[in-house]
Design a protein around this ligand. Sequence first.
Ligand code: IPE
Ligand code: IPE
Ligand code: MG
Length: 262
Amino acid sequence: MAFFSSTLTTPQTGEVPRHIAIVMDGNGRWAAHRKLPRVAGHVRGLDAVRNIVDACVQRGVEYLTLFAFSSENWRRPNEEVSFLMRLFISALEREIDKLHESEIRLRVIGALDAFDAFEPRIQELVRAAEARTETHQRLTLTIAANYGGRWDILQAAQKLAFERLLLGPTAFASPFKEADLAPHLSMVYAPEPDLFIRTGGEKRISNFLLWQLAYTEFYFTDKFWPDFDAEMLDLAISEYQKRERRFGRTSAQVRPNSGHLF
Ligand code: IPE
Ligand code: IPE
Ligand code: MG
């Protein structure tokens, strides 16, 4: 199976990031600043999602990946977790027609079976939405729900081990290579993110795409997610355009006519 890898080959990069991955953080603090309940921030956060999806389509971004619920977010109070589930379900039900009309392919990554305790229909809804939009190519929108970067690597390792097991014990004698594991990772269909954005002021990955961020450019902003708009996205993209992506090489190799001697 074909897959993308920034460590096995040097990716071609362009002016507009092909893949943007966002940790949408700061909903709760956005609400607290307005003396509103935290969940009001999540509702406004969904408006920001709509705006940023549209903005990415207009700018020719091919893949947008949004961290909606981490494997550690189960630690939050039950009421907030249930609210987030309901918001996710209603967004899926309400937005799917629009995504379809806009030729957006929807993908959901994460351990979805865990949601069944809350809403048995959720896997069905997700699979139906994915199937309906499967052939679209304008933008691939991936929602990471009950996702953890460690979970992703572990589930891929388990599948690889099972594959080897079927081949017999001697198959374990050869070392696991990146090309063996990569096809089992949940974002195999997408190139690795070019640009990682985190709103809300924290400067951490919080167990988002660990494997896939190997050579991604990082951008942090103090803006809370509900306030993040197309103009702020453009700021992030223009910062990205100033970066020199070397993938291990020297400046002179990346820009042979730049006057660098070494
Ligand atoms: C991000 O906003 C949304 C989710 C994690 C679901 P938060 O809810 O983490 O907002 P803060 O960080 O508490 O402000
Ligand atoms: C990361 O935000 C997860 C999502 C945005 C879904 P958190 O608010 O959960 O991250 P921490 O706990 O501050 O690291
Ligand atoms: Mg947070």
